[in-house]
Design a binder for this molecule. Structure first.
Ligand code: TXD
Length: 312
């Protein structure tokens, strides 16, 4: 039997995720959105693209949740994106209501799924989904780390003229401007990044990575990035469905790891069919530790603001 993945929110990230997933023939897909006709139209268009590339999956677009029943993975992208000048946290109130609805509707029909959350503010929306669904925390994970690490990898590749395949970067922390790019752990085919780039160039790359989402929001003006976020989700869904035990960075529930509790936060995780199988704790030096605390404080504050909005 084929796997089934439901994507809630058929906007830019949702429909692009469907595109990448269909291209990889990973699962039958259901696209859900509140806008009438839009998910149906996009699903039909994508379905009609597949004969050209010889991929056999079905794609259903719908405005109600019944078709999502029995999903193996549910991806939540529903919500507003940023506009220029907004921080991800500015989306909290509006998106908490949307993610609440998406979680309550899907959990009833797909209680055995793994939930991958994308909606911003990411770490806090993943927390909300876990609390409302009452799923074991391992079964709810947020996408941020693959994207933030990929941004850093892309900038390093452009700078050094080396294949992206050789570049390994690790970005921890919140999905926000206080994220923690770990330059000490990042390397190009085993050579530490710090040996290949001057301190100035490395700092410039770190700063551009931190503001990578905002750079695109300012250019697009009407929405935020979607190609890179969508392929990042696709890699997570691939790891889950194929039970790959893939180590990536993602937003996971903290239960004492890195000294953090009762919040979602970007850390290295091992991802497989059961969701987050393991959280990996890097040994951090003093300055990394300080950046991590600052980043965690930002999430702690937004999580506290969420608790004032929603009772679990
Ligand atoms: O890496 C990451 N985590 C992120 C997150 C990278 C990129 C985008 N990120 C966030 O994802 C972004 O800040 C937003 O909060 C979400 C969705 O971004 P997207 O770019 O896909 O926004 P769109 O194109 O506006 O699509 C959102 C869709 C839109 O079609 C709405 O009609 C729909 O969500 N929507 C809903 N669908 C279902 N159910 C409800 N209630 C609903 N409300 C809105």
């Amino acid at each position: 039997m084929k796997n089934k993945v439901s994507i809630i929110g058929a906007g830019m990230t949702g429909s692009t995720t469907a595109h990448w997933l269909a291209e990889r023939e990973l699962a039958d897909l259901v696209l859900v959105d509140v806008v009438e006709g839009m998910p149906q139209g996009k699903a039909l268009d994508l379905q009609q693209a597949l004969p050209v590339i010889g991929k056999d999956v079905t794609i259903v677009g719908t405005n109600d949740y019944e078709a999502t029943a029995g999903s193996d993975v549910v991806v939540i992208t529903a919500g507003l994106p940023r506009k220029p000048g907004m921080s991800r946290d500015d989306l909290l109130t509006a998106n908490a209501a949307i993610v609440r609805k998406a979680t309550e509707e899907t959990i009833r029909l797909s209680p055995d799924a793994i939930y991958v959350v994308l909606t911003n503010p990411l770490d806090v929306m993943a927390y909300l989904t876990q609390k409302l669904s009452k799923l074991p925390p391992a079964r709810v994970v947020g996408q941020a780390g693959i994207l933030d690490s990929a941004r850093m990898r892309a900038f390093v590749a452009l700078e050094l003229g080396v294949s992206v395949e050789n570049i390994h970067c690790y970005v921890l922390g919140n999905h926000g401007d206080e994220m923690v790019p770990l330059t000490r752990h990042s390397n190009v085919a085993g050579t530490p990044l710090r040996e290949l780039l001057s301190a100035d160039r490395l700092e410039a790359i770190v700063n551009r990575t931190r503001k990578g989402g905002g750079e695109i929001v300012n250019l697009l003006k009407t929405g935020s990035a979607y190609y890179a976020p969508a392929i990042a989700v696709t890699q997570m869904v691939d790891a889950i469905l194929k039970d790959k035990h893939l180590i990536i960075t993602a937003s996971a529930f903290m239960n004492g790891e890195y000294g953090l509790n009762d919040m979602y936060f970007g850390v290295p995780v091992q991802l497989g069919r059961q969701g987050v199988e393991k959280i990996i704790e890097y040994k951090l030096d003093e300055s990394e530790e300080a950046m991590l605390r600052k980043s965690a404080e930002a999430v702690r504050q937004t999580t506290a603001a969420l608790r004032n909005l929603v009772t679990f």
